[in-house]
Design a protein around this ligand. Sequence first.
Ligand SMILES: NC(=O)c1ccc[n+]([C@@H]2O[C@H](COP(=O)([O-])OP(=O)(O)OC[C@H]3O[C@@H](n4cnc5c(N)ncnc54)[C@H](OP(=O)(O)O)[C@@H]3O)[C@@H](O)[C@H]2O)c1
Length: 233
Amino acid sequence: MTFTMRDKKMVIVGGGSGIARRLAADAAEAGATVVLAGREPRTLDLPGVTTARVDLGDEDSIRALAAQVGSWDHLVSLAANHTGGPVTGLAREAITRAFDAKVIGPLLLAKHFAPAARDGGSILLFSGFAAWRPAPGLSVMATTNGAVGHLAEALAVELAPVRVNALSPGIVDSGSWDRLGADRDTFFADTAARNPARRVGRPADIASAALLTLTNPFMTGSTVHVDGGGRLV
Ligand SMILES: NC(=O)c1ccc[n+]([C@@H]2O[C@H](COP(=O)([O-])OP(=O)(O)OC[C@H]3O[C@@H](n4cnc5c(N)ncnc54)[C@H](OP(=O)(O)O)[C@@H]3O)[C@@H](O)[C@H]2O)c1
């Protein structure tokens, strides 16, 4: 049996993310109509993809997006607003923004979108391998990403038969590491040398796993690790 995206409506939140944009393109190519939503809607000039505005720190915008979308088949949140550094120097507002993007926002997405899920509907939330590799300066990232897995389990039970899963990427060349400038390539080379898969991830690797979790009818309450084995070494 094959699982299809044809004529499905997919909502993707975190539209500026490189992984989100690749997922939108792949889902549209597979026949879905896609609403790519973000704080600053950026167009993706592809047939079947429209953009919308949402800020996961603003419940009114989540409510408005749900009303605009109506019924849906697949809902994905890739939003992240990380904060790092020693725990002794963390600002409360930055911690709150990180939890809004990864935990509180997805809970509110579930609140406002669940009533309009179509038969066979599914939700995918984005975690990250830092949850399994805590390190000094990464306490907020580890905690928010860890919470995502538990949130997916809880929602899988509460929203059944809507399926809810989490995906945990490792280091992916999604564009978000470009902020490292000249150090980026060294960081990727070091990561690839250490990863059991001997490479860093590409957005296409993550998009293909996302489509699997969204469409497999027996997968719910799972966290899928797509990290090149990076959390193990
Ligand atoms: N790339 C990696 O190596 C890696 C590793 C582990 C986990 N992940 C996870 O995988 C996901 C995608 O990663 P990525 O690198 O493609 O994405 P990214 O570059 O980190 O982009 C995250 C997106 O989230 C959006 N966002 C932040 N706060 C938001 C809010 N309150 N409401 C709505 N959107 C908000 C940002 O929007 P603006 O553009 O408006 O700022 C941005 O477009 C993230 O959840 C990330 O934590 C990635």
